[in-house]
Design a protein around this ligand. Structure first.
Ligand code: URA
Length: 205
C-alpha cells in the first residue's frame, strides 16, 4: 500500500512537472517552437533514454522520437528486445531548435547555453524516476547528463557513473545512423548501436 502511495505521488509530481514545462521560458527556444516536448513513459520505468532535442515531427506531435530518428530508434529497440512502452524517453533540450528555409524547418544543434538552461528539467526527471540505467543517445545527451564534453567513440559500450549517482551508458544518436551514406557502414553501425542498447538493458536482468 505504501509503495502504491509513493507511486501515486511520483506520478502526480511528474504530471505537475510536465504541466510546468509547458510554459518554460528558461531559454529563448520556446519563442519559435510549437510546444514543449516533455519526456514520456511510466514514472516507474527502470530504463531512461535521453535524446538531443525534438525534431520537426516531434515539435508538431508533442512527443519525443516519433519522426525518422524515432523510427530508427524503435527498430533498434525491437532488435535489442527492449519494450519502449516500459521505458522513459526524453530529450536533453525540450524545444525544437531550427532554421527556417522557405517552408522547411531545418534542425539546428542546441548550444551549451541551451543545454544548460534545459538541464533543470532533466534533473527533475532523474530525481523523480531514479532509473536504474540511463542511456545517452549522442553527444548532446551525454553533455547534459555528465556536464562535460564526451567522446562517444571512447566512452561507449561500458557502464559509467552519473554525477548524481546511477548508471549510464553512452551510445550514438539514431539520426547519426540515418546520415551514413554507405549502406554497408550503416548496417555495421546499426549493429553496434543495438549491441550498446542490449548491454545497457542487461543491467536490469
Ligand atoms: N531526435 C532527438 O534527439 N529527439 C527526438 O525526440 C527526436 C529526434
Amino acid at each position: 500500500a505504501r509503495a502504491a502511495e509513493i507511486g501515486d505521488n511520483a506520478q502526480a509530481a511528474w504530471e505537475a512537472l510536465r504541466e510546468e514545462a509547458r510554459g518554460c521560458t528558461r531559454c529563448h527556444l520556446y519563442k519559435h517552437a510549437t510546444q514543449t516536448v516533455f519526456g514520456e513513459g511510466p514514472v516507474g520505468a527502470t530504463m531512461m533514454f535521453v535524446g538531443e532535442q525534438p525534431g520537426d515531427q516531434e515539435d508538431l506531435a508533442g512527443r519525443p522520437f516519433v519522426g525518422p530518428a524515432g523510427q530508427m530508434f524503435n527498430r533498434a529497440l525491437d532488435e535489442a528486445g527492449i519494450d519502449r512502452t516500459e521505458a522513459y524517453v526524453t530529450n536533453a533540450v525540450k524545444h525544437f531548435k531550427f532554421e527556417a528555409r522557405g517552408k522547411r524547418r531545418i534542425h539546428a544543434k542546441p548550444d551549451t547555453g541551451e543545454i544548460n538552461a534545459c538541464r533543470w528539467w532533466i534533473e527533475q526527471e532523474q530525481m523523480l524516476l531514479r532509473p536504474r540505467v540511463t542511456v545517452a543517445l549522442g553527444a548532446t545527451a551525454a553533455r547534459s547528463l555528465f556536464g562535460r564534453t564526451v567522446t562517444i567513440g571512447k566512452e561507449r559500450g561500458r557502464p559509467l557513473e552519473l554525477p548524481g549517482g546511477g548508471e549510464a551508458w553512452i551510445t550514438v544518436h539514431p539520426s547519426y545512423l540515418l546520415r551514413l551514406p554507405d549502406p554497408a557502414m550503416a548496417e555495421v553501425e546499426f549493429g553496434r548501436f543495438v549491441e550498446d542498447l542490449k548491454a545497457a538493458h542487461r543491467v536490469l536482468e
